[in-house]
Write a new protein. Structure first.
Length: 358
């Protein structure tokens, strides 16, 4: 099988593909085609072949590079065709590497899409990518029921395979939850630096708690240092209780220290199809707060529905965080509920679902 991915960073979609490859990848048989990048997919245990792609400050230049990357990917797959088994399947992670879908369709290959997105902009790009998926897919895999319904891709064989915590991170989850803390109440959010991901709302929340010395807000970004500096320089000064941490692969210590993990994405601009960082936090017994839209509804379920709160509802966010901080019994109860809920998305369930396409 040839696995294909576009942007290799440490966000959710490449981490999920790394888990897929861990379950079904064969170093003697399979290949990963991925754009160059310092991301999680550089560590997978199958051979890799790279093609060119780079995000730029200009959206126009990024679009141009994206289109050129797909030409480069198509040529790469054509070259690989001469030395690869005839008719092997193509496993495409996200809708963006559309050239791989067209290659598979032209060569009459089985094409499996593992989709993670809904909020593709501009709309013309979304219609184009969904059109390629509809034309080329043999099977489409979604990460939530909401995503499956929202895409409207009903005319293909589809399945929902919920994400799971990576095996490496799962190994860091203690059997008995023991919190690492220094007396501070840490409010953690892991996100790219985009306004639609709720960064301004996170800063407003931090400002509300700024007079209280025992609150620490940690923002872990999936961005390089220069991107972080450029973003922050165009915004109001950081509240004094905010720590910004650039891209890191060491997530376990952050989850162990966190008291609550937030996702404040704006559903009107960006619908979370699952919420992998939420699941990771829950597996550590950390309470989470997320918007009442998309995948987080399925992830938190009925038992944690009180913590589905819009990012712009500052009063409700403040009340929920204050309640978790002030009530030991409440915190212990919610922490236990999170761990129990995370078990519904464990590694074995994910692995069993993925193996069915091997």
């Amino acid at each position: 099988m040839i696995f294909v991915h576009l942007f290799n960073d440490r966000s959710g979609s490449p981490r999920v593909l790394a888990s897929v490859i861990e379950v079904m990848g064969d170093p003697e048989r399979d290949l990963l085609c991925v754009a160059k990048g310092d991301g999680i997919l550089e560590t997978v245990a199958i051979p890799r072949s790279h093609y060119r792609y780079k995000r730029r400050n200009s959206r126009f230049l990024t679009l141009f590079d994206f289109l050129m990357s797909q030409w480069d990917l198509f040529l790469l797959l054509c070259r690989q065709r001469r030395q690869r088994p005839k008719g092997e399947a193509i496993y495409i992670n996200t809708a963006y590497p559309f050239a791989a879908g067209l290659f598979g369709w032209l060569c009459k290959r089985e094409v499996i899409y593992h989709l993670h997105e809904i909020s593709i902009t501009p709309p013309l790009m979304r219609r184009f990518l969904w059109g390629v998926v509809r034309l080329t897919a043999t099977e489409i895999r979604f990460v939530s029921e909401h995503q499956a319904q929202a895409t409207g891709l009903f005319d293909k064989k589809t399945r929902v395979i919920y994400n799971t915590v990576s095996s490496d991170l799962a190994g860091d989850v203690a059997q008995t939850f023991q919190k690492e803390n220094d007396g501070s109440f840490r409010v953690l959010m892991l996100s790219t630096l985009r306004d639609y991901k709720g960064i301004p709302e996170y800063m407003d929340l931090a400002r509300h708690f700024e007079p209280h010395d025992d609150y620490i807000f940690q923002l872990v970004t999936n961005d390089d240092t220069d991107v972080v500096e450029r973003y922050l320089s165009s915004r109001p000064p950081l509240p004094s209780n905010v720590q910004v941490i650039s891209r890191t692969s060491e997530l376990a210590p952050l989850y162990r220290q966190a008291d609550v993990v937030l996702n404040l994405s704006r559903p009107s601009e960006w619908v979370e199809t699952f919420g992998l960082t939420l699941l990771e936090a829950m597996s550590f017994g950390v309470p989470v707060i997320a918007p009442p839209a998309g995948g987080p509804i399925e992830l938190l379920g009925e038992t944690l529905s009180d913590y589905l709160i819009m990012g712009n509802d500052l009063d409700s966010l403040v009340a929920a965080i204050s309640d978790l901080k002030s009530g030991d019994e409440t915190y212990a109860r919610v922490s236990s509920m999170c761990r129990d809920r995370a078990e519904h998305f464990n590694w074995q369930l994910f692995a069993d679902a993925i193996k069915t396409c091997d």
